[in-house]
Design a protein around this ligand. Sequence first.
Ligand code: ARG
Length: 642
Amino acid sequence: MAVETPQVSVAGASPSTNPLDAFRIAIARELARITNLNVGFIFAALDRSSTFDKGDLVLAVPRLRIKSADLTPTAQAENLASQFRVENCPLVKQPIADGISLQFYMNPAALPGILLPFVLQHGNDYGSDRAIGLRKPAASSADNSTGNIDEDDANRKTVIVEFSSPNIAKEFHFGHLRSTIIGAFLANLYEICGHRVIRMNYLGDWGRQFGLLASGWEKYGDEAAFDRDPIRHLFEIYVKISADFKPEDVAYKEAKARGEDTSVHETQGLLGASKAYFKRMEDGDPDALALWERFRALSIQRYEATYARLNIRFTDYSGESKVRKETIARVLQVLEDRGIAEPDGGALIVDFAKHGKKKVATAILRNRNGTSNYLLRDLGAAVQRHDDYTFDEMVYVVMSEQEAHLKWLFLTMELMGEPYTALSKKMKHISFGKVRGMSTRRGTVVFLDDVVNDVTDFMHEQMRGNATKYSEVADPAQTAEALAVSAIMVQDMLGKRANNYSFDLQRMTSFEGDTGPYLQYAHARLCSISRKAGFTRDDLLATPSDFNLLLADSSYACDLLRVVARYPDMVRQAMKTLEPTTILTYLFALAHTLSSSYDHLRVVNPPEGPSMSRARAALYGSARQTLHNGMVLLGLTPVDRM
Ligand code: ARG
């Protein structure tokens, strides 16, 4: 038996992908019978409880806005609780009035038979709305005034998630690490909610620093070193040439601060050379571009290999260099025609204060020698991405330090008028805080590969600490890497995005506490249980109605079922918060509930006999599936053994 598909269709309800919605609809129907209110209206008022001791679902009675002269909300809650007939709604127990709220607990004698087959059948799609094929078309019904929802296509959006976006020849710092982790999660999230996702890497591959790098290459470039490790070699060159440039740069900035004429500085020395070189690049000089193109192509090759270690693939390696000149020209035209941009000593700027925007200062769009800058390229990029993908939404996963830049970007687009104003409304900055001390025993790390390697080595040592266990691991090196990647990611996603955190090798690689290895361990343990139990999926699905009888009496089984049932709701919640911690916190709660259950729910040869073994295997199988799906959503690769 699968979840009974209710005959009513209710706005926002998706009982074919979220079993809790089936419970909500059943409750709403019974309350509609009592109050004569609309089912959809009641449905929308049924919240998830904050903690399980307050029930599974909670209804704050004032939300029903029942007009009653003589009944207080508390009395109304009591009234509703006593009039509620569980015969009409066997999925839940008799509701409990608690102040102005009604608490609903799922009926442990009905839940297993519905939930377990549901989870096992949906498999990797449990919690996802991508399983559109599994949805039945909503049946129309008279008692539904909110109208039918055929959400499947109407709600399917094209979403660009721009993330990671490192700068060629520069370090891969914490900002890029966090953007990579959070961005990959968001891309997965939009995808499982049924949207079309473009994973875009917007490389820092353009700008005057490539002029400087060209000078550096001339002075320090080494073909062999470049072939061996292009990313590292380019970085080394950049560090050296930047050091050479330093005194000149200081003198230039001081002169500028004193208000002197700096045109001499700008045409001489390394500054002059790099400006001139970048100008050649912007003018399309093939010789200047050939060198840069090599730098870019080889760097991307390396990046791809590293991202693969994190199980990330980009749809589009875009970058500042890929913004077409025509698009930039088009943007400039609008900015000038509509009087948004103005000249300022040869450069082109926007003065936001002049356009009725308080607080924000001026932003430069185009440099004095006519080359584009970061902001102008971003304006062009946004327009171009819309030309290319007609996105409905675009998220920029960028560290909080660039808050002002992105604000200027959105603001300028808004000022540009239609269709750009409309575009600006579709763009969103997903910001995040800092990582303190992102360094390992080898010193400050500058590349993503180093981070993964160092944590892997450390993890490997931790594993060696337990010799017996270690000898059982088939491929310790590979397991160490999988655990290390989880350790890094989980540490990053533990708190809210805006929080800062400290990079703590010891803590993140521990098997205890809320860590990546702990989650992996929980998953591997469930895999081992199902291997030992030895049932096939078909075995488990054979007579699911037995599960009700077999599992109803155990509070441990019931607790687990209640947590598992929440997962699709948590995915929905994550779409609102856009916070990885929404999912991660849930997964830790699941893992904790699991670990306190094992002693009480024996799967292999339980004294109660083979059908109990099967029921518990189905229970743990569903928990494993849920944990697995949540981990994959976060971007982790669950391991089967360790
Ligand atoms: N490459 C930039 C940096 O490392 C981040 C890019 C952010 N995205 C954007 N569209 N500006 O600082």
